[in-house]
Design a binder for this molecule. Structure first.
Ligand code: G
Ligand code: G
Ligand code: NA
Ligand code: MN
Length: 252
């Protein structure tokens, strides 16, 4: 397939760019972190959505190398932001199941942090349930080691996967990101369902981030039911690093 052929060469040809989207603490409106989101501008195919090419990169095993590149880019950026005075900001990097399952993943993260002169507290790793559910024991063992480095773990897209509660309470994570479908649903159902989800997640000891906040009404509802942080077009779209500096200035 054409996409696959192009994808194999995209990294060495410098066709990828990392965009950043702020995660905002709802009570203070301060940016606490930035999620790194990969963008591919192919000279042949044009802009290709990660929803399209990440699964192919995963299938072909390319995601391991691409993911390591995203991690290095993100760490370079967070160091720049910290040097510019945003001393506590973190960067959140998405980790695909294949990447996480590699032997030596923890060591790779540890080495990257050291090479960038950063402690683990500069980094959040976002994982989906698909990465964790197959072998919970092994996954948790890795997560414990990452957390010992000071790295925070976020469970991404919560509510879209299997989401057994028995299993949610066993996970070694810090943050649960509530999928944007629940934010959208508040428009029809009101905030009661969201409130119940947030209550449950917080009872289990995790902090909460709501994804896909697009309107002031959603913001108000989420703040009203005690969601910790939020992310979405209302605050900012994912933007190139250069533009993110302006977003940072605006919310600081
Ligand atoms: O940015 P956008 O909303 O189009 O991203 C679509 C999907 O691609 C999301 O599920 C997101 O988590 C995933 N994604 C974006 N960047 C990366 C990345 O660097 N690594 C991995 N594994 N997934 C990513
Ligand atoms: O799977 P993950 O949560 O990492 O993916 C995040 C995706 O959500 C990215 O592709 C990003 O572009 C997208 N996104 C971020 N904010 C919003 C929003 O407010 N609305 C919608 N529809 N998508 C968003
Ligand atoms: Na994510
Ligand atoms: Mn998500």
């Amino acid at each position: 397939r054409k996409l696959e052929t192009q994808l194999v060469m995209a990294l060495e040809r410098g066709e990828f760019e990392v965009y950043y989207q702020p995660v905002v603490e709802l009570s203070s409106r301060h940016i606490r972190s930035a999620e790194a989101l990969l963008r591919w501008n192919s000279p042949v195919l044009g802009a290709v959505s990660p929803a399209q090419f990440i699964p192919v990169a995963e299938e072909r095993g390319l995601i391991v190398e691409i993911g390591a590149w995203v991690l290095r880019q993100a760490l370079t950026q967070v160091r720049t932001w910290r040097s510019a005075g945003h001393a506590d900001i973190r960067v959140a990097v998405n980790v695909s199941p294949l990447q996480f399952q590699q032997d030596g993943f923890v060591e790779l993260v540890e080495r990257a942090l050291r090479q960038h002169g950063l402690g683990g507290d500069a980094l959040i790793l976002e994982l989906t349930e698909g990465s964790l559910i197959r072998d919970l024991e092994a996954a948790n063992a890795k997560l414990v080691r990452l957390r010992e480095l000071g790295v925070q773990i976020a469970l991404d897209d919560f509510g879209t996967g299997y989401s057994s509660l028995a299993y949610l309470q066993q996970l070694q994570v810090d943050v649960v990101k509530i999928d944007r479908s629940f934010v959208q649903a508040m428009g029809e159902t009101g905030p009661a369902v969201m409130e119940a989800i947030l209550h449950l997640v917080r009872q289990l000891g995790y902090r909460t981030v709501a994804e896909g906040i697009e309107t002031v009404a959603q913001y108000a509802d989420l703040e009203g039911v005690g969601c910790d942080s939020g992310q979405g077009y209302l605050f900012a779209r994912p933007v190139p690093a250069r533009e993110f500096e302006r977003v940072l200035a605006h919310y600081s």
